[in-house]
Design a protein around this ligand. Structure first.
Ligand code: AMP
Ligand code: ZN
Length: 134
């Protein structure tokens, strides 16, 4: 399959591998937000969170936690942001599911998520729309 992350898993493209087990694989992001920025991916090709079967999710989160702890210690970070972009509108560029572990350092100057606010009644309308699908 012509997927860059599948090629990395198969060893056809080099990467800075940090972790691998039976189902998951982690390597340094080639364009780090901060040093130690790591991607954790399932070895099986899934486009993103929406097509990952439930039975993969526990192991995925365990791998993410394990790698996050190592990243924290390894680069002496003060925290991590864990981000997963799902679909192009959310900034997903590589269409193989991946979670970013972004080490954070006190005063690293990175500002995330500009926030807005709800008008009167809008939060409840929005909540109802979401709850309809649960
Ligand atoms: P996203 O925008 O969430 O799809 O993120 C894709 C990420 O993959 C980006 O942060 C890229 O820097 C990273 N990336 C793309 N190609 C490679 C590669 N060959 N090795 C390591 N990271 C890569
Ligand atoms: Zn793939």
């Amino acid at each position: 399959m012509d997927c860059i992350f599948c090629k990395i898993i198969r060893g056809e493209i080099p990467c800075s591998k940090v972790f691998e087990n039976e189902k998951f694989f982690a390597f340094l992001d080639i364009g780090p937000v901060n040093r130690g920025h790591t991607l954790v991916i399932p070895k099986k090709h899934y486009k993103n969170l929406f097509d990952m079967p439930e039975e993969e999710l526990k192991g995925y989160m365990e791998a993410i936690q394990k790698v996050s702890k190592a990243v924290m210690k390894g680069v002496d970070a003060d925290g991590v942001n864990i981000n997963m972009s799902n679909e192009s509108a959310a900034g997903q560029v590589v269409m193989h599911a991946h979670v970013h572990i972004i080490p954070r350092f006190k005063n690293d100057g990175l500002k995330l998520w500009p926030q807005g606010k709800y008008e009167e009644g809008e939060a409840d309308k929005t909540r109802k729309k979401i709850v309809n699908y649960l």
